[in-house]
Design a protein around this ligand. Structure first.
Ligand code: 13P
Ligand code: SF4
Length: 353
């Protein structure tokens, strides 16, 4: 549905009043009504870089989820303020790895005699304290667009990787991009004693995958790929690497949101695509490319509920409060956590490519 014209006008006016003091970042999974006010849109990697490259902005309004706003706060100067228009915009995947659980897992690895040869790698979709844990232990952050080069970096420094918190991105990258065997990956379940793994299993593994997943991407199925191929002859299936391994194996192409967007921009007129990622983005792409047939891979999968928390009323409220001199919903990461999390983030940002 079209946005409420009165709210659109209020957002416009507030943005104009704040001018260069304000910079609005929008993740690709955000609603259209919000994306129209983003100064820049991107995947989580691009948005982290963009946040770090705006030292002149006093206020960074992050239209995305909590872990992204935390990363922006870590990468910006102390006087810059990062604002998340709705504090309930979290991420269920990030919530699947808590610091105390990860510290316990590290103890389990130490008891098995493998912690010293393990490099912790966390997906961007994790809380700041998990990033800081990785920073403290010589580890690094990755995103869906650079997971391959980050894992290669990690394997130059250790024999094993502890991959947090998305088992699917970890498995898909290790097996399909680094050529490791499926049997070289084991899953650490934080809800079972010792992660449900024996010391022998830990010693034999190359990649220890945290048992976390995205509640949106994890729901695409391999059957949906078969169904869409039967329904749309010649369709190309393009999915995000947070999808399950069986889905990615059946797809034609796999990549981050930024990769999905570029692929469709370059696709020939008349080509047919089925996309396995968040619905706001798929709908926007279908509207942007009327010359191509763009379908959503699985009808029963819905929007990311927490991405959708950021709507136009929340954005207008946050902007108007700023105009009045009130900083609402500021996201701050404490200095100690920031310092180590920044190390892990900076190692990623410093990688070539
Ligand atoms: P990217 O933006 O890195 O593709 O991540 C997708 C995602 O799930 C963000 O929450
Ligand atoms: Fe988290 Fe998945 Fe939503 Fe991204 S799409 S914010 S990973 S729940």
């Amino acid at each position: 549905p079209a946005s409420d014209p009165a709210l659109v006008e209020r957002a416009r006016r507030a943005k104009a009043a704040l001018g260069d003091r304000l910079f609005v970042l929008g993740h690709h999974y955000q609603r259209d009504e919000v994306i129209q006010f983003a100064d820049v849109t991107g995947d989580s990697f691009k948005l982290a870089r963009e946040a770090a490259a705006r030292p002149e902005a006093e206020f960074i309004v992050f239209c995305g989820v909590h872990f992204m706003a935390e990363s922006a706060d870590i990468l910006t100067a102390p006087e810059q303020k990062v604002i998340l228009p709705d504090l309930a915009a979290g991420c269920s995947m990030a919530d699947m790895a808590r610091l105390a659980q990860v510290e316990d897992a590290w103890d389990v690895l130490a008891a098995a005699g493998v912690a010293d040869v393990t490099v912790p790698v966390t997906y961007m979709n994790s809380s700041a304290d998990i990033k800081a844990f990785c920073g403290r232990h010589g580890g690094v952050v990755c995103t869906s667009s650079n997971a391959k080069s980050v894992l290669e970096w990690a394997f130059q420094r250790g024999e094993k990787v502890l991959f947090l918190p998305d088992q699917h991105l970890g498995r898909n990258t290790a097996v399909l991009q680094l050529g490791l065997g499926l049997d070289e990956c084991v899953v650490y379940d934080p809800h079972r004693p010792d992660g449900g793994l024996t010391a022998e299993q830990l010693a034999a593994a190359k990649v220890i995958l945290w048992k976390g997943h995205c509640s949106v991407h994890g729901r695409f199925t391999a059957e949906a790929v078969d169904d869409v191929r039967a329904r749309i002859p010649g369709v190309k299936v393009l999915v995000h690497p947070e999808c399950q391994h069986e889905v990615v194996l059946k797809a034609d192409l796999v990549g981050s949101t930024e990769f999905i967007i570029k692929t469709l921009e370059q696709a020939p007129e008349g080509s047919a695509w089925a996309i396995g990622t968040e619905l706001n983005l798929v709908k926007r792409l279908a509207n942007a490319h009327p010359d191509k047939q763009i379908a959503f891979l699985e009808k029963t999968v819905c929007y990311c509920a927490t991405m959708n928390r950021i709507d136009l009323p929340h954005l207008v409220w946050a902007l108007e409060q700023l105009v009045e001199g009130n900083v609402v919903n500021q996201i701050t990461v404490d200095e100690e956590t920031s310092r180590y999390a920044r190390e892990a983030l900076q190692r990623m940002l410093d990688l070539p490519g």
